[in-house]
Design a protein around this ligand. Structure first.
Ligand SMILES: *Cc1c(COP(=O)(O)O)cnc(C)c1O
Length: 500
């Protein structure tokens, strides 16, 4: 299986090359040249398989240049008992006869990005070897919280890699900060940057585009890489859990193989929902996709009108991982909906860059509305969904999952559709404990309480155990206390790598 670029389909590379490179040279994203199809018998057979076997089933169809041994090693290094608090890795929780939560947050950082970031380092180092690249990979990350920690946990102690994460001094929660400054591992570094997320991100971008510096690193046998969400190595592991959830429904006798389901995804960069769409292209029986946004509802408008317009107010919401105005993975979806029309994609992406807006053709718009339902949930509706779901079902959702549930309820009411539905549950409620407790109680209830008190209170109210990785934070020693200015970031990298 070869990979093309969404902005120039003449570009044709192996999966190892696509994963190593991340982004194509002219700015496009790598996509498979065709989609493997799976039979109903194959899907049915997944019911009795482990998560590892299900992962092998999907990944082996895309990463055809990896040997069986290489793939199995990547899979077994990523989805271990030590890192995931459940053997099933991504369990399905039955809310009632039509709604099922696919819990993607049992990994080390309690959010769904672990599903991809635990395996990416192994896919990346294998890809480096396969393409005869002998440099050590240096992952540089600017984070507003979740991605940085998930990347640290994924890359820690992986041979042939180093990782350095910059976070804004005043821009992450107390728990997020503690998660990062207590990070263990022999190849990791963390520093705070004075300023906000944009300062940290601009500093990282500057290092990435500094050719002289990259040459210096190359002379010292280092190559920079970013591990961001447009890397094919982050997307392909996400296809696995949609097959896995479907197989679990068969196994539990909830459906028979071939029955169509709906899938609801709380969406930001459009990565997670795109993986579900790719699963359908391969043959997974899906009736409708429900794209759930928060008040940053650029995707709701796009799916309903065919106009993508990022010229709008940015809202800071209680589902911060979805506070996004440019959904980078949408480009891959558009490439598919236009039957791989790279010229059209170039045109739209140029317009997005220059005018902040583009409009798709009527044919694309029709495909969009046939397959996707889109709506959004504001903070008040999201809070109400958390409270109502706790009261009716004694199940506590995090704020991102609650956006999805709230939008699903709107869909069900509008359409009367009772098709069995999987809702992607993207974070543990403990990770967003303060907002969840405000939803269940009120503002006064949380006032003056620190995050560790809130964790205990949420455990009491929900009857759930505090995830081990969060409970441990309280007593872990601080390892990283560096605070730097934006213009000192390059020096911090040099010190860490001992180059000069
Ligand atoms: C990143 C994230 C999302 C959004 O996922 P995309 O793939 O960017 O659409 C949703 N929920 C949580 C908790 C996240 O961390």
């Amino acid at each position: 299986m070869q990979y093309n670029s969404t902005r120039d389909k003449a570009i044709n590379v192996s999966s190892a090359q696509a994963i190593k490179q991340g982004l194509s040279a002219e700015g496009g994203l790598f996509v498979p040249e065709s989609f493997p199809s799976v039979s109903m018998a194959d899907i049915d057979a997944l019911a009795d398989k482990s998560y590892h076997e299900r992962a092998y089933f999907v990944l082996s169809k895309f990463l055809t240049d990896f040997t069986d041994e290489e793939l199995n090693k990547c899979i077994s290094s990523a989805y271990t008992k030590e890192k995931f608090e459940t053997n099933s890795i991504a369990p399905v929780y039955e809310l009632n006869q039509s709604v099922y939560f696919l819990e993607l947050w049992h990994g080390p950082t309690c959010a769904f990005k672990d599903m991809a970031l635990q395996i990416l380092p192994h896919l990346l180092t294998t890809s480096m070897k396969k393409t005869n690249e002998n440099n050590e990979v240096v992952i540089l990350v600017a984070t507003s919280g979740d991605t940085g920690k998930a990347a640290l946990e994924g890359f820690k102690d992986v041979n042939g890699t180093r990782i350095i994460v910059f976070y804004p001094d005043n821009g992450v929660s107390e728990i997020q900060k503690r998660q990062m400054v207590t990070q263990e591992g022999n190849n990791v570094s963390v520093a705070a940057v004075r300023g906000n997320f944009d300062d940290a991100q601009n500093g990282v971008k500057k290092i990435f585009t500094d050719d002289e510096y990259k040459e210096l690193l190359d002379r010292n046998h280092f190559s920079l890489s970013s591990a961001n969400s447009i890397n094919w190595g982050r997307l392909v592991p996400q296809i696995v859990y949609y097959f896995s959830a479907y197989a679990d429904l068969i196994k539990g006798g909830k459906i028979v193989c071939g029955d169509k389901i709906n899938i609801v995804v709380p969406t930001g960069n459009f990565g997670n929902i795109l993986a579900a769409y790719y699963a359908k292209k391969m043959g997974l029986p899906v009736a409708r996709f429900i794209c759930a946004s928060n008040e940053n509802n650029v995707l709701t408008e796009f799916i309903n009108t065919g106009v993508y317009d990022k010229n709008r107010k940015f809202h800071t919401t209680i589902s911060p991982s979805m506070d996004i105005l440019i959904s980078s993975n949408l480009e891959r979806f558009l490439y598919d909906l236009t039957d791989n029309n790279d010229a059209l994609i170039r045109d739209w992406m140029t317009k997005l860059n220059t005018e902040g807006r583009y409009e798709v053709t009527p044919e694309v718009k029709e495909k969009l509305t046939n397959l996707f339902f889109a709506d959004f949930s504001d903070d008040a509706e999201t809070m109400a969904a958390i409270k109502a779901t706790k009261e009716s079902f004694d199940y506590v959702m995090d704020t991102h999952t609650a956006v999805a549930k709230s939008v699903y309820d709107k869909y069900a009411e509008k359409t009367g559709d009772m098709t069995k539905t999987i809702i992607a549950s993207t974070a543990s409620p403990f990770k967003f404990n303060q907002s969840v407790l405000i939803a269940l109680e009120d503002f006064n209830y949380v006032a003056g309480k620190d995050e560790f008190t809130l964790l205990s209170e949420l455990a009491q109210k929900s009857g759930m155990r505090i995830p081990k990785s969060l409970a441990e934070l309280k007593n872990k020693p601080t390892i990283f206390d560096t605070v730097c200015d934006k213009n000192e970031m390059r020096q911090i990298v040099s010190d860490f790598l001992m180059v000069d």
